[in-house]
Structure formats: structure tokens, C-alpha cells
Ligand binder design. Structure first.
Ligand SMILES: C[S@@+](CC[C@H](N)C(=O)[O-])C[C@H]1O[C@@H](n2cnc3c(N)ncnc32)[C@H](O)[C@@H]1O
Length: 232
């Protein structure tokens, strides 16, 4: 990200590490499995995790155009830090989109409620009354039967069709990313994902006629992306 020119990106959509890999258990396709997703998802403690979030968000702030916006997904394990870092850096938070999962995995511990939602924080660096960030208000309204779209979006997790070329343990639905990009970008805009994974963001962006770049430490995930692109 440091090698890219300042204010060169129209939109950032990202799904950062939630720091959930704590050797616990979860339920995947009806089976009890270890929650661990990889070393990249292991918490380093609240202060170091926050410093990491602030560092990559600062890199995003430099790259984003004032007319651009950033979307960051999270659960309660990460969004308090991401939201606070956004405010520390001068981002203006526009919405907290709540993604309600249609069929969430059951809570195996039975010691709290089933986790059925993720948040997507939507923010800009456009100053109120000075710069105008992109929001395709009319398009969103028309997608919602000509009524203002709410910040509560009910969508299923990625199905089999989105995993035919391989799957990522934290893969996001293309429909979720696509709606965000339809709302906040125009054809030809450049979309960046600093934590690309299998690059759901890249697939959504390219299929909407947007340009896409991403960063990913695990090359295996990018191979999945290349195969998906060939099929577009
Ligand atoms: C939560 S996943 C993103 C999954 C993605 N949304 C998808 O649909 O496939 C985060 C990804 O960030 C990558 N990652 C973690 N730390 C990174 C870093 N410092 N630089 C680049 N990629 C990193 C991990 O390998 C992982 O694939």
C-alpha cells in the first residue's frame, strides 16, 4: 500500500482479521470444528491489535480520494477498535450496516445468544459541506422497491456456487460486497481490498465494471481469485 500514490483509490472494501482464532470451537456445516483460521487471525492483545488496525487504516486514509468511501466488516471482536481508529484518523462514519445471516451456525456453548450478525462500518474522509462522497441514493432506493434502503441487510452466507474454485474460511457473500459497491462507486472506479482473501471484492468489482486491486499474504487465496476471474 505504501508504494501506491496518495488519493488514488475510489473505494476500499475490506474484511480484516477479527482475531477470533483462540483455540475455541465452532460449528461448520453441522460439524464441531476448531475455530482457528490461521496465525493471521490470532489476537496479539487488545493494545497491539488496535495499533495494527490503526496502522492499516492510516494507509487506507492516505490512499482514499476525498470523494471515496471505505467499508470495513467486523464482529464485536474487532469493530470497536476499527470504529475508534477511524475516528482517531479523521474518517467520518456514515453508517453501520448490519448484515443479518439467514441461517447462522448454532451456538455450541449455549452460554450466550447465537451470533447472527456482522457489522459493516461505512466511512469517508470527505469533509461535511466541502467534498461530496459517492452515494448512489436513487439506485439503492429503486433496488428496495422505491423506498429508502435501511441499514439492516438480510443475506445468506456464500453458497456452494461461490466456492467452486476453492473456499476461504472467512469468505464473504458476493451479494453483500456488490451492494456496497453499487451504492458507493461508479463504473471504472478503482476498488482496493487490503485483506483480499479469495478476493470476493475483486470478483464483485470486476463483474460491475469497476477496477480492482488487492493485498494478500497467502498466495493460495489469490489462485482461487484468478480462477474465478477466468470464469467471469
Ligand atoms: C478475513 S480474511 C478476508 C476474506 C475475504 N473477505 C474473502 O471473501 O475471501 C483476511 C485475509 O487477510 C489476509 N491477511 C492477514 N494479514 C495480512 C496482512 N498483514 N497483509 C495482507 N493480507 C493479510 C489473510 O491471509 C486472509 O486471507
Amino acid at each position: 500500500m505504501a508504494s501506491l500514490p496518495a488519493e488514488s483509490v475510489d473505494c476500499i472494501w475490506t474484511d480484516p482479521p477479527y482475531n477470533l482464532s483462540n483455540d475455541g470451537i465452532t460449528c461448520v456445516a453441522g460439524r464441531m470444528v476448531k475455530v482457528n483460521k490461521g496465525e493471521w487471525d490470532r489476537s496479539q492483545g487488545a493494545e497491539r491489535d488496535h495499533a495494527f488496525n490503526k496502522a492499516w487504516l492510516a494507509a487506507c486514509y492516505r490512499l482514499l480520494k476525498p470523494t471515496g468511501t471505505i467499508w470495513v466488516t467486523g464482529t464485536l471482536h474487532v469493530y470497536p477498535s476499527v470504529g475508534f481508529a477511524m475516528q482517531q484518523l479523521g474518517f467520518r462514519i456514515l453508517n453501520d450496516i448490519i448484515w443479518e445471516k439467514v441461517a447462522p451456525p448454532p451456538n455450541l456453548g449455549c452460554r450466550c445468544f447465537t451470533h447472527a450478525t456482522e457489522l459493516v462500518l461505512w466511512a469517508t474522509k470527505a469533509r461535511k459541506g466541502k467534498e461530496r462522497y459517492t452515494f448512489n441514493y436513487e439506485e439503492m432506493k429503486s433496488e428496495n422497491g422505491d423506498r429508502q434502503m435501511k441499514n439492516l441487510w438480510r443475506m445468506p452466507a456464500p453458497g456452494k456456487a461461490e466456492k467452486i474454485y476453492g473456499k476461504h474460511p472467512t469468505q464473504k457473500p458476493i451479494a453483500l460486497v456488490s451492494r456496497c459497491l453499487r451504492a458507493s462507486t461508479n463504473p471504472g472506479d478503482l476498488v482496493l481490498n487490503p485483506f483480499a482473501g479469495s478476493s470476493t471484492t475483486g470478483v464483485a468489482a470486476l463483474s460491475l465494471g469497476r477496477e480492482s486491486i488487492g493485498c494478500e499474504v497467502d498466495i493460495g487465496h489469490m489462485v482461487t481469485f484468478s480462477l474465478m476471474c477466468l470464469s467471469l
